[in-house]
Ligand binder design. Structure first.
Ligand code: NAP
Ligand code: MG
Length: 505
């Protein structure tokens, strides 16, 4: 066998060598769930080919209770919360290194679990996860409070104290990266965490937790409780001893967490929710680059991206050129086997999700949209898998459901506008406000439009770019609070004012 052939098969070989098992990581050990009730069972099916990966008992309400108690005890006895910031930072950096060392194995897990290409998981997902934990690790001993000017013999200290026990509930689309966006800032500030991953990506999350322990996180500081959302997720949301609940996911579930909080202890909930990002292409832009990047930003990760540029808002004068470039990009991104080397697009997370994306395309056509490429059927890659071809829709109006609702699939809607004001109006015309882009060669227009776009992130002449230092989150129905950067640290700390009277007694 030639080296090239061996190399082409490397992901499949790794997949064959993997052993799968469920379980919960509680108090420093992997343990089975206590209750084996049918409602709590997790069944993991690979969207690559429809095969069953694992079936196991998910965390019960009692298991979540034990995990929270373990996190609380760890927090109170100071094994992590009162460790020196330098030591805490070193553990996170070591964890980042272990993730890099295990990156190929983790990439295969993610590819099998949720269908993204292993190549892509390795290059983006694992790199970002490791980089995030390293960034917060390096930040650890640089965080500081402040001392305001005081009058008279007194001293005021403003410090940032860990909140205590953080619950983190995350989705499957970037399962490890989304987890790291919560874990980095929550752990570096001394909190204990209970992580509830999405069912679909339970096993990669468990491995992430094991590597954390190996890196030196003391028992109880990080607990991972794979399980069903309405059981394990809700139990964390309702728990009276969880201080902060960090959530990434859909609008509906995010709002359910606000309800859980209201009905329990009023814990702070940080919701990072969905999006319907517009990419505004003005007539003076590099139109073909703008449109192909927009289409890429819509199709990437099988379109399962909260910030996906799912609306191409283009000025009429250049609409034909933009549409042609978007269609060409769609044709370039044909789905393939997630375990084949060189695959750019993989499978949608599940057959149910695939069906929901196809139903939205059908509904769009019924509303009057026309399919230029892709369309109404599943893409044929591996029997039993849930593949979707990238789709470009034209004749879409701003009031169509396809232009307002999140599809979370590779479906680009083209909306043609006459001028800048209409472009801004259309771009802002959904309930969401996660991200947006503007493409123009005019500096003043770029600034003015960027300011008028109601979104947590605006890209100018780019899409999906930035570094871990740039805060990420939404406005309007897309939520509030920011992941990444220094901004995320605020979510997991309380400001404390300490006033010292310095009059000698
Ligand atoms: P989801 O259905 O809202 O699920 C997210 C998490 O919540 C999962 O762990 C899920 O567990 C859990 N959950 C589900 N129902 C629950 C309930 N009733 N009570 C408590 N927890 C519950 O979202 P998803 O389908 O995994 O992910 C897609 C959504 O995430 C999209 O809307 C996307 O825009 C959003 N997203 C946002 C960002 C951002 O940064 N703003 C980033 C990525 C994704 P199960 O897996 O067991 O259902
Ligand atoms: Mg869901």
């Amino acid at each position: 066998m030639s080296t090239a052939v061996q190399d082409a098969d490397r992901w499949r070989r790794r997949a064959r060598a993997l052993r799968w098992s469920g379980g919960l990581l509680i108090d420093g050990r992997v343990v089975p769930a206590t209750s084996d009730g049918a409602a709590a069972r997790v069944s993991m099916v690979s969207p690559r080919d429809g095969s069953t990966l694992a079936e196991f008992a998910g965390a019960s309400v009692d298991d979540v209770d034990v995990a929270v108690a373990s996190a609380r005890e760890a927090f109170e006895d100071g094994r992590w919360s009162r460790q020196s910031p330098t030591e805490r930072g070193e553990v996170l950096i070591r964890w980042a290194e272990l993730i890099s060392e295990s990156a190929e194995e983790l990439a295969v897990r993610v590819a099998l679990e949720m269908g993204k290409p292993a190549d892509d998981a390795l290059a983006v997902e694992l790199r970002a996860t490791s980089a995030t934990l390293r960034w917060y690790g390096q930040l650890s001993d640089k965080l500081a409070g402040s001392i305001p000017v005081a009058e008279g013999p007194a001293l005021g200290l403003i410090t940032h104290e860990p909140v205590g026990v953080v619950g983190a509930v995350v989705p499957w689309n970037f399962p490890l990266t989304m987890a790291s966006w919560k874990l980095g800032p929550a752990l570096v500030t001394g909190n204990s965490v209970v992580l509830k991953p999405a069912e679909a990506t339970s096993i990669s999350a468990l491995r992430l937790g094991e590597l954390g322990l190996e890196a030196g996180l003391p028992a109880g500081v990080l607990n991972v409780v794979p399980g069903r959302g309405p059981i394990a997720g809700a139990a964390l949301g309702r728990h009276p001893d969880v201080d902060v609940l960090a959530f990434t996911g859909s609008v509906g579930v995010g709002r359910a967490f606000l309800g859980y909080s209201a009905a329990s202890n009023g814990k702070r909930v940080w919701p990072e929710l969905g999006g319907k990002s517009a990419s505004v292409v003005l007539a003076d832009a590099d139109v073909s680059r703008a449109a192909s990047t927009t289409a890429w930003g819509c199709f990437y990760n099988q379109g399962q991206m909260c910030s996906a540029s799912s609306r191409l808002v283009v000025q009429r004068a250049v609409a034909d050129e933009a549409i042609a470039a978007a269609v060409e990009q769609a044709r370039r991104m044909t789905p393939g086997d997630p375990l084949a080397v060189g695959t750019g697009l993989g499978a949608a997370v599940s057959a149910t999700h695939q069906a929901s994306v196809l139903a939205r395309i059908e509904a769009a056509v019924a509303e009057g949209a026309s399919i230029l490429v892709g369309g109404s059927g599943p893409a044929d890659v591996i029997p039993g898998g849930s593949y979707l071809a990238p789709t470009v829709l034209v004749d879409v109006r701003p009031d169509h459901a396809i232009a307002r609702q999140e599809v979370f699939g590779p479906v680009l809607s083209v909306l043609v506008v006459d001028d800048v004001d209409e472009a801004v109006r259309v771009a802002n015309g959904t309930e969401f406000g996660l991200a947006a882009a503007v493409w123009t060669r005019d500096l003043a227009t770029a600034h003015l439009v960027a300011r008028r776009l109601r979104a947590g992130t605006v890209w100018v002449n780019s899409f999906e770019e930035g570094t871990i230092a740039m805060p990420f989150g939404g406005v309007k129905a897309s939520g509030y609070g920011r992941d990444k950067g220094l901004a995320a640290v605020e979510k997991y700390t309380d400001v404390k004012s300490t006033w010292l009277d310095l009059v000698a007694s």
